[in-house]
Design a protein around this ligand. Structure first.
Ligand code: C2E
Ligand code: CA
Ligand code: CA
Length: 556
């Protein structure tokens, strides 16, 4: 297809370098979350006179075979640094460029020094260029490579691992070298079916757990973009966005804002945001930025409290409990598996039956069940998931979270929990808004016939008085509910509410004394009140009946 062979490459290489026939093309790299260009990969092209544009496939192998590739890589680096200098001189901070290095470069003596001297020549900071290395590089010359890798890293270069997943050494490479970014080639996965999705997901998950950035290349279709965005892959590159472009085309592409470009001052910020792991069970706690990673010496494994519980012959046992689960158990005063086992199997305590009941429902529904329990002043939530069973044995996965510690989040949970139980004090709670003539029922455990439901507030008050209030109390009730004087009366009594007892109808059609209260709720806009009906203790009722028989006009 190209009229060039090994001989052509060898005969013309020096000349091509000297005359700038070999030069960098650029392909934009996108920040997934923002859709902005955040970097560009440098890809070599050879403009062969009279032949045309040669892709790397034609000459890279030949140059590697003849140990000439480092000359090409240094030439490309020189071009990049010269370009960066040009931008810097006019006060523009260019995008970071990633440059491909051949694994053979690391065998050259003085390669590191030669790279550094290019950056010195143009006075360009090392973080302006990232170095891409394919993983196979680490297969050979391990010692020499390790030393050079560290030297580049210590000199401030970001090290990018190219073509992750293409070889057989992927996990070893991640273990042995601190790469800053991992490039996953979508083309390794011929179609993006569920198996490749699981693989890519776990690669991203692993990278994030190690504090390594992730980039997917070879992205061609919107489905890939969607998926990669969902799992939190930080950067994307591929024909879907743009093909590699000549320097002139790329400059136009950037300056014309064909695609938006990331602000240099946002680079570090975006990078940190990118480190949150959407795939983690606890993304917030497991957020791991590079610095935190360094301090993170004792990796305690997963933080999700997890245990396996087996039920056999009416006895519960725990074949597996992780450390996070043990921690939660300790909050309940249970310090080891034996104590836990003893408690849940103790038939004189409610826990056995509670737990067993939840397990039975879990098995029956074959689903996930989450229930909250109270033990003293501690609440805990117990989540159970059915896994498997035989006629004799049943296995359940369980998660335990204990609230009631002093953390703000736990407090909040606790308040919320008791918040709802406050409603047990009332038979009816409505929110009423006189300005808009509205009434909304919040809670009711008693069936009044008319409860200011679908009708307007003012009409509701009238209907409730006629239908539910004892005839002798009706006038007083309407005066009590007079919306025009409500604020005035609340202010006069110097508390946030007004309250009076009324005889209200029961389902049996007789009347019982109840306490009706209207409480002002602080709001910024429209006036808003809580209207509540509460039962009274017999002793209070007796007092009221006695008083009212002595002074029928006592409520004014
Ligand atoms: P690579 O580093 O994996 O570069 C990505 C290759 O994928 C590029 O091919 C790029 O044009 C292509 N590509 C980008 N997006 C898509 C896409 O969506 N679909 C498809 N099908 N392809 C896409 P290219 O430019 O032909 O480079 C091939 C390889 O040559 C590079 O693979 C790299 O290993 C090597 N190479 C390129 N430039 C240099 C260089 O300056 N020095 C060294 N040592 N190697 C280089
Ligand atoms: Ca590359
Ligand atoms: Ca690649």
């Amino acid at each position: 297809m190209y009229n060039v062979d090994e001989k052509y490459v060898l005969d013309n290489f020096d000349d091509a370098i000297a005359n700038d026939h070999i030069k960098p093309f650029f392909q934009p790299i996108m920040r997934t979350l923002t859709g902005e260009i955040c970097a560009a990969e440098t890809l070599a092209r050879w403009e062969a006179p009279g032949i045309g544009l040669l892709p790397p496939a034609v000459f890279i192998d030949v140059l590697e075979k003849h140990r000439l590739i480092h000359k090409l890589d240094l030439k490309i680096l020189d071009d990049i640094c010269r370009g960066c200098r040009k931008f810097a001189d006019i006060g523009v901070r260019p995008l970071p460029f990633s440059v491909n290095l051949s694994r053979l470069d690391f065998d050259e003596s003085d390669f590191f020094e030669n790279v550094i001297s290019i950056f010195e020549k143009y006075d360009i900071p090392h973080d302006a260029v990232h170095l891409e290395i394919t993983e196979s590089v680490t297969l050979e010359n391990t010692e020499k490579f390790t030393v050079l890798f560290e030297r580049f890293r210590n000199a401030g270069f970001e090290m990018w691992l190219d073509d992750f997943g293409s070889g057989y050494t992927s996990l070893n490479v991640l273990k042995d070298y601190e790469f800053d970014l991992l490039k996953i080639d979508m083309r390794f996965l011929s179609n993006i079916g569920s198996r490749s999705k699981i693989l890519i997901e776990s690669v991203v998950n692993t990278a994030k757990a190690l504090g390594i950035q992730t980039l997917a290349e070879g992205v061609e279709i919107p489905e890939q973009v969607e998926f990669l965005k969902n799992i939190g892959c930080e950067m994307l590159q591929g024909y879907y966005y743009a093909k590699p472009m000549s320097p002139e085309d790329f400059e136009r592409f950037i300056t014309d804002f064909v695609l938006p470009v990331e602000l240099p001052e946002e680079r570090e910020y975006r990078k940190r945001v990118g480190q949150i792991n959407f795939l983690s069970v606890n993304p917030i706690e497991e957020y791991r930025c590079a610095e935190a990673m360094k301090k993170f010496e004792h990796h305690t494994g997963t933080r999700y409290p997890l245990a396996l519980m087996e039920l056999e012959d009416d006895t519960l046992s725990f074949p597996y409990i992780n450390s996070a689960y043990l921690k939660e158990m300790a909050k309940l005063g249970l310090y080891d598996i034996e104590a836990m086992q003893e408690l849940v199997n103790d038939r004189t305590k409610p826990y056995f039956y509670d737990t067993k009941k939840q397990i039975e429902s879990t098995v029956k529904s074959e689903a996930v069940l989450k229930k909250d329990y109270v033990m003293g002043d501690i609440c805990y939530s117990f989540t159970t998931k059915f896994l498997a069973k035989t006629p004799k044995k049943t296995m359940i996965a369980i998660n335990l979270v204990v609230f009631g510690e002093d953390g703000i989040e736990n407090r909040f949970n606790e308040i919320n929990k008791y918040n709802t139980s406050l409603f047990y004090n009332f038979e009816l709670v409505n929110i009423i808004k006189p300005d808009t003539d509205e009434s909304k029922r919040i809670y009711s455990n008693y069936s009044f016939n008319k409860v200011y439901g679908s009708v307007s507030l003012r009409r509701g008050i009238k209907e409730f008085a006629d239908s539910e209030v004892y005839p002798d109390d009706r006038q007083r009730y309407l005066a009590f509910m007079d919306l025009n004087t409500l604020d005035e009366r609340i202010l006069r009594d110097d508390c946030s509410f007004v309250q009076q007892p009324f005889r209200l109808k029961t389902p049996e059609k007789d009347y019982i004394w109840r306490l009706v209260r209207v409480t002002r709720i602080p709001t910024l806009s429209d006036r808003c009140y809580m209207y509540s009906i509460q039962r009274m203790a017999p002793v209070d009722i007796a007092v009221i009946e006695k008083k009212i028989s002595e002074d029928p006009g006592m409520f004014g």
